[in-house]
Design a binder for this molecule. Structure first.
Ligand code: KG4
Ligand code: ZN
Length: 354
């Protein structure tokens, strides 16, 4: 990345692309975070038979969907290429084959329309998703510093956010991500992919408390997450109860398993607040769409007098609008990406501060 000078006076518009996993998404975002257009094409039906994302199929489908979706973004929102000031694309972390489709497309467009492009860390996109607003929502009233929890299929990261670009990583999962364990346990029960949303839906039909899950204890001075013990406990229950022959037990197991995951998340938030005295907390990423987590987080925040921000569901799961938002803030700090840039399965040194 290199610094650029010269900032136009008018409200800039950015076209953003997200292809880090199995969702193809394109958005058009104004520099104040207003989302003009944001559409996600999921590939759930493609990966459903395999119970998880098949990287090769994900990249092929991005190649199929991406250009028509970009055309749709411009046509639907009544914009032409001349109206676009710059482009943004996720180039890390994620499935490399998927990322390449987005990156090469955006690099090529950047050459064609002669406008800069900016490569974005997907997690930074999730962190900044709360700054997005649209015709249905107002901009969130957010002041730095705040605590930000990113809970998704690939990540469970807790950040102290001091400013745009100043993300201090406080803790993360030492094993599976929260969404990953929800998806894996759902798969073991024969539920539809992606399992997190299915567990959420099914859990609503029953009372909690049939199964008692263990509490995963924190070591002193350790805010890390660990979900693999809960997963093993759930898998044992699935096997012991012979769940496929006793399908009536599935909602109970879902509800108590989900509760144990969400309880751990709330307990880490609580511990962080006690230690660092944050006034505002943001929870984002796919798992933040979980209705039980949202309910528990709201009542916890009320009790502790915390200003809690939960992005609308459409900006919780993967979407290009959040990549546009991160791109805008990078551009404002004077960054643009060069044509040799590659994509990476992991975050890069310097993305997050310690
Ligand atoms: O942020 P995201 O779309 O992709 C990643 O960056 O990983 O998150 C996807 C994850 C999946 O694990 C999915 O099961 C989970 O978010 N998820 C949910 C819900 N909706 C999506 N988990 C629990 N409850 C939901 N309602
Ligand atoms: Zn994500």
């Amino acid at each position: 990345m290199q610094k650029i000078n010269g900032i136009n006076e008018h409200m800039r518009k950015i076209l953003a692309v997200e292809t880090s996993c199995d969702d193809t998404s394109v958005a058009l975002v104004k520099e104040d975070g207003f989302v003009i257009f944001n559409k996600v094409v999921d590939q759930n039906f493609v990966h459903q038979p395999y119970g998880g994302v098949v990287p090769e199929l994900a990249s092929r489908n991005h190649a199929h969907y991406l250009l028509p979706l970009i055309e749709e973004a411009l046509t639907e929102s009544n914009h032409a290429w001349k109206d676009i000031d710059f482009l943004a694309v996720t180039n890390r972390p994620g499935l490399v084959g998927s990322l390449i489709v987005g990156l090469v497309t955006v690099k090529t467009l950047s050459l064609l329309i002669d406008k800069p492009y900016i490569a974005v860390n997907h997690i930074e996109g999730h962190i900044l998703s709360s700054f997005l607003w649209d015709r249905e929502t107002k901009p969130a009233d957010l002041k730095f510093p705040f605590l930000c929890l990113i809970v998704s299929g690939g990540h469970t990261h807790l950040f102290k956010v001091e400013d745009f670009g100043k993300y201090f990583l406080l803790s993360q999962t030492v094993d599976d991500a929260a969404g990953e364990v929800l998806d894996k346990v759902a798969r073991m029960m024969g539920l539809e992919y992606p399992g997190g949303a299915e567990i959420d839906r099914i859990s609503k039909s029953v009372q909690l408390g049939k199964y008692v899950f263990p509490k995963i204890k924190l070591k002193e001075n350790n805010l890390n997450f660990s979900f693999s013990g809960l997963k093993t406990f759930a898998v044992d229950l699935i096997q012991k109860t012979d769940i496929q022959k006793n399908k009536g037990l599935i909602p109970y197991l879902c509800a108590d398993f989900q509760e144990s995951v969400m309880e751990q998340i709330i307990s880490r938030l609580n511990e962080s607040i006690t230690r660092f005295d944050f006034k505002s907390v943001i929870i984002a990423g796919g798992v933040s769409a979980n209705s039980r987590l949202r309910e528990k987080a709201k009542s916890w925040a009320d009790k502790r007098n915390i200003h809690l921000v939960l992005p609308p569901l459409r900006y919780c799961t993967d979407n290009a609008a959040m990549i546009g938002m991160a791109g805008i803030k990078l551009f404002e700090r004077g960054f643009q990406s060069d044509r040799e840039l590659n994509c990476y399965p992991h975050s890069l040194p310097g993305d997050f501060l310690k």
